[in-house]
Design a protein around this ligand. Structure first.
Ligand code: 5GP
Length: 195
């Protein structure tokens, strides 16, 4: 049985915080490290947060079939999931997590429909905007671009197997942990909010 959970959700919904908290609570859960053409933010570490690669290297990875999926996110930089690491961890039976954008999740679904697809929602759109502005790491233009992506992404929640509302962090982490450790528990169930 595939122990793969694919996590998506609008920008600034708190996916990063959620995944970090999950891995602190349970270091046995493997998180795929994506390749990206964007530059590191302060504090981001090569190989830990991302593999930061050049445009040429990213194109080479695509040509050699090294990416399970890839997408241009927020109309700017390219992000992709290295295929080999995912295959290794799944073969080893590790509970595994991909945190990717909606376009990427759709691509993975086309080749791995047996994985569990989880969508993270904000408590409200107002709260999402508050989080987006509050983060303060992007300029106005970038924020606007991300908000547009977020609106499109919110409309896609119905494509996912499970929706987690990221209101209280501890609750959301516990819900996600349960799904990652035992994705079979909801397989075959119709779309639903957790709990
Ligand atoms: P950030 O630049 O804030 O780290 O990430 C921007 C967006 O890129 C996030 O919504 C994240 O889900 C998405 N992303 C990160 N890694 C990947 C990946 O490997 N593939 C795809 N398709 N999206 C990714």
């Amino acid at each position: 049985m595939t122990r793969l959970v694919v996590l998506a959700g609008p920008t600034a919904v708190g996916k990063g915080t959620l995944v970090r908290a999950l891995r602190e609570r349970n270091p046995d859960i493997w998180l795929s490290v994506s390749a990206t053409t964007r530059s590191p933010r302060p504090g981001e570490v090569e190989g830990e947060h991302y593999h930061f690669v050049s445009e040429a290297e990213f194109s080479r990875m695509i040509e050699h079939g090294e990416l399970l999926e890839w997408a241009t996110v927020h109309g700017r930089h390219r992000y992709g999931t290295p295929r080999a690491a995912v295959e290794e961890h799944l073969a080893a039976g590790d509970p595994s997590l991909l945190e990717i954008d909606l376009q990427g999740a759709r691509q993975v679904r086309a080749t791995m429909p047996e994985a569990l697809y989880v969508f993270i929602e904000p408590p409200s759109v107002e709260e999402l905007v508050r989080r987006l502005v509050g983060r303060g790491t992007e300029d106005d233009l970038e924020r606007e671009r991300r908000l547009r992506t977020a609106e499109v992404e919110m409309a896609a929640s119905k494509e996912f197997d499970v929706i987690i509302i990221n209101d209280d962090l501890d609750t959301a982490v516990q819900q996600l942990e349960k799904l990652v450790l035992d994705p079979g528990s909801v397989r075959g169930a119709s779309r639903r909010h957790v709990p």
